[in-house]
Design a protein around this ligand. Sequence first.
Ligand SMILES: Cc1ncc(COP(=O)(O)O)c(C=O)c1O
Length: 378
Amino acid sequence: MDYSEAFPVIDRHTWLNHAAISPWPAAVGDAMRGFVDMNVAQGPLGYAKWLDTEQSLRRRAAALIGAEQDDLALIKNTSEGLSLIAAGLDWQPGDALVCCAGDFPSNLMPWHQLVPDFVDVREVPFDVGDPETVLLGALDDDVRVLAVSSVRYDSGVRLDLDRLGHAAHRVGALLVVDAIQHLGALPMNVAEAPVDFVVGGSHKWLLAPEGLALFWSRPSARRRLRTLQTGWRMWPDMFNFERSDWTRPDTARRFEPGTLNMAGIHGLDASLELLQSIDPAARAEQLLDRTGWLIDGLARMPGIEIVTPAERGRRAGIVCFVPANRDPDAVLKRLASRSIFAARRGRSVRLSPNFYTPENQIERALEVIAGIATHDVD
Ligand SMILES: Cc1ncc(COP(=O)(O)O)c(C=O)c1O
């Protein structure tokens, strides 16, 4: 399938950096431009339309993860969601939490900095081969939270949320999931998965502008969070400024105190419309094909250490490898000189294609990497 009209970046670059920030699809650009034009021409006279787009986004976002709209909040970013959980939970002396060493800072800092000092923070090593066993080994009856990234930013490993969630629930712990490297890449269904909080920002696999994130909470878990932010926009009749009852709503709208990122909402609504126009299972298979081709190609190159597991169920959109006797930055430089964009994470080069990445672009990237493996780097 030719996606070049929907994804104009294809004609300009080989974008293997969706795990950082994604280029906007044409539809997102159109929606953002429409919002800009409307505002330049008439300011907020189109406010009712803004609100229609907000509602449309709420419907699409709920459908994306199999959620009820009432359980989904629109917040600023993944870091904010994780911070709201860490700072808001009803921690008690004797409580513990389990998080993963080497996780993205936003899924470590809140657990170290925002929970009370008396909480036993267990940061367990991350075993690329079998992360769940190590994590489950750290669970006991004191643990209130198990915090993971469902897809790791640094290795591309996909975790088994079913296994983790069931084990967490058996000891009375909540499963908190940073899903920014998952949402939009692979399906997620919160109605079926044993998860309690799921947070994921918009600018990676959701293909939308920065500054917006989906924050899903199970009602029973949500009720355990203290109020950290409050404001006028939390209620369905938000324009009733004379209200005297300021009781917070039970819904996830309690996490939306004030004015939302309307520009971002227009972009994310358009990207979700596009994503949902393509069968999610087929999209996931296309993405897994592409990461599989990368792994197969890299495996044929001598000396390269592939960090990401080859097993299909163990990965998503990220492939990390340690180049043979080369500085990862030199590899990135060579790739960039061929208009192929990737990232460095630790010792690894991180490649993150998307379902729409043409097969010949994957082949070309592999050729360039193979060339580097056998020749001097510029
Ligand atoms: C796993 C993970 N969590 C969180 C973030 C940061 O997300 P946000 O900027 O939405 O807080 C990133 C970004 O790279 C990430 O890879």
